[in-house]
Ligand binder design. Sequence first.
Ligand code: UT7
Length: 335
Amino acid sequence: MSRTEIQSPTGAPYAAILGIGSYRPDRLVPNSEVVEAIDSSDEWIQQRSGIKTRRWAGPEESVQMMSVEASRKALAHAGIDARQIDCVIVATVSHMLQTPAIATAIAHELGTDQAAAFDISAACAGFCHGVAMANDMVRGGSAGHVLVIGVERLTDILDLHDRGTAFIFADGAGAAVVGPSETPGIGPVVWGSDGEQFDLIRQREDWRDVIASGEPVMPHLTMQGNSVFRWASFAMAKIGQQTLDRAGISLDDLDVFVPHQANMRIIDAMARSMKLPAHVKIARDVADMGNTSAASVPLAFDRMIQEGEAKPGDTALLIAFGAGLAYAAQVVTVP
Ligand code: UT7
């Protein structure tokens, strides 16, 4: 019996980020607003994290609303109509329904017609996971254009009395359009996880435990900050270097460094360990925005583009890491 040959999909030779957009919630929250509940001080927070302010979403600024706003800007930047999007990937840990995926509602509101739409959960590393998937989808032929969104409303799962998290986490959204390109615009992803450290950043309990406890209390985010800090400062610089090596890029070729905006001291430690040359522009959005998890890389990247620090055609290293412990990094061309 002869075997029936199945057609294999074929995509574009290369993919690139064609446009970026972001949404910053209206309400700016200075350290002075958070210190009292956690017996802290503006000085301590700035010294230990570099954070001066963060933005917390209001009632109207839902995960969906922030995502749609960021996406519209990304589509405009890319010069792409929403109907050209074949797939919407939303990286988030703060969409409060486990099903259906918020990506489906976002796709619908944007008018993407029949786009495939799903959420991914890789915490702070989610956006870079999404970009890696979109790169493979465009080159593999399963989508022409992919919209990748990183969005969080972490204040919904934040315990404002928890000293280890209340001053760090914040809200916002960023989006990128990934599509076909004649030259390589996204390098190989370096990604992985370390589930042995699953408990270092997590929701305190799952919903069944909440119900069993008889106390309807949101399962808040907890973090063993110092352990995460040591892991990130040490291990992530190596991942950054591996990512450059796999892309065939030297430090001299690099123009822009966009690490996850977790803590200014981690950003500085990574830059030092990687021996980044002085000409490399480094994203430092954490000072104003706090840690917005999956949204932090596209928010910081978009800001650098808007402020002219990252110029079209520049070479940028994106690297994100967090709960899991999951991480992902890639070299990209600035749109
Ligand atoms: O986005 C996902 C990835 N997340 C990260 O990468 C976050 C990584 N971690 C961090 O950014 C840092 O660990 C923090 C900023 C969260 C904390 O900084 P740290 O330098 O690691 O502080 P620590 O937890 O080691 O605490 C140092 C001291 C302790 O006091 P003693 O034992 O030295 O007397 C704490 O009790 O600071 C005290 N402390 C505080 N003091 C004022 C802890 N939290 C606070 C606070 N305000 N909020």
